[in-house]
Every structure is written in C-alpha cells, then in structure tokens.
Ligand binder design. Structure first.
Ligand code: MRU
Length: 351
C-alpha cells in the first residue's frame, strides 16, 4: 500500500519539501520551501494544507527560515524566533495546530540555553519530533477507529483528512488505511468538497494510490446517498475541537452531520490531540477563515456568476457536539458528554 509523504525535510535539510497540493490530481509536483515568504505562501495558497500538515510545515519552515539569518546574539535570535512564529502562526486562523506548533517552537527556543547555533539545532530536532509524533498519532487514530468499522464498511468522508493533510496516514482516513492493511473490504464515498475540491482532487487521489475503492460525489448528493442506505458511517477530520466537543472542519461538514443524524448514521470526527483546544470553550469562540470570493467566482478561467453578485466563502463551519457520535483521538475514542481539559488529554478517554 502506497501512502504519500506530504511534508518532509529536503535531502540536504535546508528546505521543507512538500507535495504541491494545488497541482493534484493532474501532476505530482514537489515544492521546496526555503524562506518565511515561501512557507507563508504555501500555507495561504493551500499548497500545503490540512490542520496537522500546516502545523508541521510551519515548525519546519521556521527552522529553514532561521538558518538563513545572521543574528549573532542569543537575544536577537530569540527575538527573530518570536516574530517569525507570530507571522507563520497567523497565516490561517481556524486550525489550532498551526499556532500550537509555533507556540511549541517558541517555547523550546526560550528554554534552550546557549547561542543561536545550539538553539537552531534544538529547534530542528523539535520540528522533526512534531512530524514524528503526528505520524504516530495518525497510526493510533487508525487503530482506535478500526473498532468502529463493520467488517465490510461503506464510509462517507468530506474534504481531505488523509496522508496529504498530516505527517502520517491521516486522521479520518487512518482507520480506512488500517482496515485495508488488515485485508478488510472498505469502500469510501468522497464528497467533492466545494469550492476547492479537496475531496475529489486529493482524497480520491491518495486513496486510489493506495488501492482503496473510492466513489466521488458532489456535496449536495450526500443526503440522498444516505437515504438510499449506501452509507454505514461518516468520518471527517477537524481543524479545531473546542472544550465542549464542538468541531470546526471544512465547510459542508455541518450539513453532513445534520443529514447523518436524520438518517441515524453514526457521525465520527477523527483528530490528534494537537487539534483539541481546551482553551476554546465552544464552537462560537472559533475564528472561521473566510477566503477570496474568486474561489467561487471563477472556474478554469471562466466566470461562474454575474459580476455584481456577492460571494459567501467561509472555509470552515462548526458542527455542534450534539451531532457527533464520538471523537476518535490518538488516546482513544471519546463519547459524549465531551469535556476536554487543559492537559491536552481529551476528557472521557477510557471512561
Ligand atoms: O482548507 P483545508 O484544505 O486546509 O481544510 C482541511 C480540513 O478541513 C481537514 O478536514 C482538516 O484540516 C483535518 S486534516 C487531518
């Protein structure tokens, strides 16, 4: 089974090597990020995307950006770390993984004794650790999630919460990869995911690479697919999970959860603990990114609406906790009532 590597160090370690996700599924092009401008541009334009992957790319990007600086004192170097972390951490507001990773890098720099060259090497090791921890968390999400899958499973997913969005085998797609490894039969329905088509371009691409059956549908077709009895369960990823279990995820997730509730279909969210944000009380407190209206106005160089029409283009929505059957984390399956606590450990794991 081939699972892609979305983010890694370049051969020489002087760049962040990403798959340029804007080119998929037509071309598999890798892109090297060498400066803070490269890193911010890649995150903003969704060249690298998905909550865990942008956290990882941000942390690794900080290291390559710092390695180009000439700050000679510890004080100046820490100042540069702080301003780069602020800048990278603010590129996209909704996924908590990005500020989480940047705060972790900043804290590491501050508590590391010594001069810039020593701190830089510690930061490189920390970024690698963030990547490796994410890989391990994805695997554990897959193992925990497997128990929710029937022997032959038909699963509906939205956006891309797979290998392309993480440092490992994904979050929502992780139980599917583990099921496949164990020789189980799984069929995935992938919502196209308007307006940027992460479902049809990315989820369908990475699943076919791994030899997993996938059927793509337009977002508006999901409810009638459920009504027809074709869906056993829904699994989606998350960009931020509030303390009360409300979930921010790709726009369209909320509508899916409503449709799943109406049809009595389990609706699961899969996410690593780095996506849980106990400091945010409820979904109302999560900042939702609104993106350029041109993402809807134009397609393939053609205009898709009259010039005078306004555009509503939030990138994410909030699914209230009451619509979520369970949250699959690397620490186990959490069921309602959700009460995530400040340690980062999801309340309710194991009991
Ligand atoms: O705008 P995107 O493509 O970064 O949105 C990604 C999602 O909404 C994913 O579902 C989420 O980040 C989980 S990725 C494991």
């Amino acid at each position: 089974m081939t699972v892609v590597e979305a983010v890694r160090w370049s051969g020489g370690g002087d760049a962040v090597d990403i798959i340029d996700q804007r080119q998929l599924p037509n071309e598999l092009v890798r892109r090297e990020l060498r400066t803070v401008d490269d890193v911010c541009d890649a995150i903003l334009t969704l060249s690298v995307r998905g909550a865990p992957a942008i956290g990882i790319a941000g942390a690794m990007g900080l290291v390559v950006a710092l390695s180009r600086l000439t700050e000679d004192t510890r004080e100046h170097f820490i100042g540069a770390v702080e301003s780069l972390c602020d800048r990278i951490g603010a590129v996209r507001p909704t996924a908590v993984n990005l500020p989480w990773a940047m705060e972790r890098m900043c804290r590491t720099a501050r508590i590391t004794p010594g001069q810039p060259d020593v701190i830089l090497e510690v930061l490189r090791a920390e970024a690698t650790k963030i990547l490796e921890e994410d890989r391990a968390m994805c695997r554990r999400i897959g193992e925990h999630g497997l128990e929710l899958l029937p022997e032959t499973a038909s699963i509906l997913t939205h956006c891309n919460a797979g290998a392309l969005a993480t440092g490992g085998i994904g979050t929502a797609l992780a139980p599917i990869y583990v099921a496949k490894e164990q020789g189980r039969r799984v069929h995935v329905f992938a919502d196209e995911t308007r307006p940027l088509l992460q479902g049809s371009r990315l989820t369908a691409w990475e699943l076919t690479q791994a030899g997993i059956d996938v059927t793509v549908l337009a977002d508006g077709m999901a409810a009638s697919l459920m009504r027809g009895g074709a869906v056993d369960l829904v699994i989606v990823g998350a960009d931020r999970i509030a303390a009360n279990g409300d979930v921010a995820n790709k726009i369209g997730t909320y509508a899916l959860a409503l449709a799943a509730r109406h049809h009595n279909i389990p609706f699961y969210v899969a996410a690593p603990t780095s996506t849980v944000d106990p400091a945010t009380a409820t979904g109302c407190d999560i900042a939702i990114e609104h993106r350029d209206g041109d993402e809807l106005r134009e397609w393939n160089g053609m205009s898709m609406m009259p010039e005078k029409a306004s555009v509503y283009n939030p990138a994410f929505d909030i699914t209230p906790a009451e619509l979520i059957t369970a949250i699959i984390t690397d620490e186990g399956i959490v069921r309602p009532p959700y009460a995530f606590v400040a340690s980062g450990n999801p309340g309710g794991v194991g009991g």
